[in-house]
Design a protein around this ligand. Structure first.
Ligand code: CAA
Length: 379
């Protein structure tokens, strides 16, 4: 596999790096403290083409490849993992699914504003009693002829409070199990659709995570995505790509923490020398650098396979499983290397450690990734 980056890929990487340094870094600690959504920054990310990176320009996207997406995600997540998840959900779970599976009318009406970053979207699959076991959807979409009647509750929905359009997965015919599930585009503000509580989270506190309540919401038939009963397969296909986004977010959190730890270790002195000269610290950094490089390769592999039109269920799951573990391990060690400074907010690494944890949970827990990988290799 050729990982020589093209000029265009290097340009987008640099642009994302500059943006993160100049626009995301300045108030990242305050946004984390106050659970403040990066509204202005997300708007600028839209203008830069970062919210619909891989979508055809015909539908408002930037028309880039998935490797560029990995590169940009890493740079954004290095500085602000909350902004990165907004970007990942909009790109991978919302825009990618619509571009691949929506009707032409749906693409014009919904994908175009979403991909150009004029509005943002959310993906609503998880429920109070259906997270990993995604087929047991309790939200119902009753077929009423020319519309569906949507009832139920969704939980932990990223962009839940700020999105304009929501992709909602619901059960239409429980007899048919997962073949009775549908996916719908639901607009904010429709009668009976209420945004529920905002979660007070351990990490990614700048992103807004809400429950959603649907109480007899009328969804026009033309807002169903794909054929009747396609919703579960739609969700699975979308999540395969989403896992590249979250893997890249995890990679960014890890490499951000590593860079800070390396810098600190080169300047902080203990026992008459910089602490990087102590093998106990140098070996930690060596492990971090190796694992981050391996995680990056897995992200690139999945991205290259996605662009080649291959089945990425296995490579996406491997990238997410591994990169999220690396994010957790690296951030814990980055805090350790910083000692007492690592435990206070000013040095960033404690936030990164808190942010890292979610990458092992959302868009399929690490245990779910192992189910996906083991089923694939057993085939
Ligand atoms: N790719 C494509 N299709 C897949 C698939 C995959 N990775 N996994 C399953 N499928 C398909 C199967 O082929 C099957 O389709 P057919 O009947 O047409 O052949 C169908 O889905 C059902 O498959 P299974 O019988 O294997 O289903 P299962 O109940 O045993 O479980 C699972 C499958 C992989 C565990 C699945 O439920 C799963 O991925 N769960 C995790 C869900 C998840 O990631 N939730 C995260 C929420 S979204 C989120 O976090 C967003 C956010 O805000 C950040």
């Amino acid at each position: 596999m050729d990982f020589n980056l093209s000029e265009e890929q290097l340009m987008i990487q640099q642009a994302a790096r500059d943006f993160a340094q100049n626009e995301l870094l300045p108030e990242v600690i305050e946004r984390d403290r106050d659970q403040k959504f990066p509204t202005e920054q997300v708007k600028k990310m839209g203008e830069m083409g970062l919210l619909g990176m891989m979508v055809d320009p015909q539908y408002g996207g930037a028309g880039m490849d998935s490797v560029s997406y990995v590169l940009a995600m890493e740079e954004i997540a290095k500085i602000d993992a909350s902004a990165a998840v907004v970007m990942s959900v909009n790109n991978s779970l919302v825009c990618a699914g619509l571009e691949k599976f929506a009707s032409e009318e749906q693409k014009v009406k919904y994908l175009t504003p979403l991909a150009s970053g004029k509005v943002i979207g959310a993906f609503a699959l998880s429920e109070p009693e259906a997270g990993s076991d995604a087929t047991s959807q309790k939200t119902t979409a009753e077929d009423k002829g020319d519309y569906y009647l949507l009832n139920g509750i969704k939980n932990w929905i990223t962009n839940g409070g700020t999105a304009s359009y929501y992709i909602v997965i619901a059960q239409t015919d429980p007899e048919k199990k997962h073949k009775g599930i549908n996916a719908f585009i639901v607009e904010r503000g429709w009668e009976g659709f209420e945004i529920g509580v905002k979660e007070d989270k351990l990490g990614i506190r700048g992103s807004d995570t809400h429950s959603l309540i649907f109480n007899n919401v009328k969804v026009p038939k033309e807002n169903r995505i794909g054929e009747d009963g396609f919703g579960f397969n739609f969700a699975m296909a979308v999540l395969n790509g989403g896992r590249i986004g979250i893997a890249s977010q995890a990679l960014g959190i890890a490499s951000g923490a590593y860079e800070l730890a390396l810098k600190y270790a080169k300047t902080r002195k203990a026992f008459k020398t910089e602490i990087i000269n102590h093998q106990a610290i140098a070996f930690k950094l060596a492990d971090m650098a190796t694992q981050i490089t391996a995680a990056r390769m897995l992200c690139f592999k999945a991205a290259v396979e996605k662009d080649a039109g291959k089945d990425i269920s296995e490579s996406g799951a491997m990238a997410k499983l591994y990169a999220s573990q690396v994010a957790m391990d690296t951030t814990i060690e980055a805090v350790q290397i910083h000692g007492g400074y690592g435990y206070v907010k000013e040095y960033h690494v404690e936030r990164m450690m808190r942010d890292a944890k979610i990458t092992q949970i959302y868009e399929g827990t690490s245990e779910i990734q192992k189910i996906v990988i083991s089923r694939s290799i057993a085939k």
